[in-house]
Write a protein that binds this ligand. Sequence first.
Ligand SMILES: [Zn+2]
Length: 267
Amino acid sequence: MFELLNSLALDSIESSIDFRKQLAQERWKEGFNCPRCGCTKGYALQTRDIVECAGCKRQTSSTSGTAFHGIRRLVEFGKALKDFCLGNHISAAQYARNAGIDPGTAWTHLQKIRSVFASAPLETACVDVPCTIFKPALIKQSKEDELYCATSPKTCAQEIIAVTILNSSTESKAKLPASMIHSALSFLLSVFRGVSRKYSQLYLAEFNWIVEDRTISFRDAVAMCLRGHPIIRNDITDFSSPFLLRIVDTEFAGCRAPPTLKFGDSD
Ligand SMILES: [Zn+2]
């Protein structure tokens, strides 16, 4: 149905139309499958990223029902995803400046990307540590509060309770991977200048990905997003990290030591 456009490598995202075509090609490379009726016969419409089902006539775009669903600044999102694959981990503020988009959109894009990557199972043993350990880096509540309190007052109230628990709890006596904690703290502080407790697990999912030294091609990352489900803004704003945060345990026998993290300028 879609001709194989090998020249349209996923490394050149110049326009939304081009990128949508590439997504269509990637999504239906094994053939079309109607998400409503399962029919495998469809007709590509003129825009070439929409397929009309031959059975039920439902029109499906290359992004509908995937993690790309509803993203307006798709080109910028694609570039941010590519940056993640290249190991360029940056703050929302820096990404907003680079891409010329507003900080709120940039923040949502990066949280969506973290959510997709957080759904990939960890390859290394991990430990659950109380968020109190990361207290020195949990300093950005006020800034992120502005982003989610306006739309989600209920979640905000839950977060206040969680922060109260955080402040009143005692330090865990459990044996903790000290070098990992140190490395995670420096990640949260040097890249983001601290994060909110509410979203800390998403940032640590990004950290885990770096520490595991995992590489993924942009094409595979795109495929992962295409297999994923839509992430709406409320999915992000309703997210609240558990009290115990999961990080990889490189002190576990046979694991690598935490890498020396190198980052560009923070905000
Ligand atoms: Zn159908």
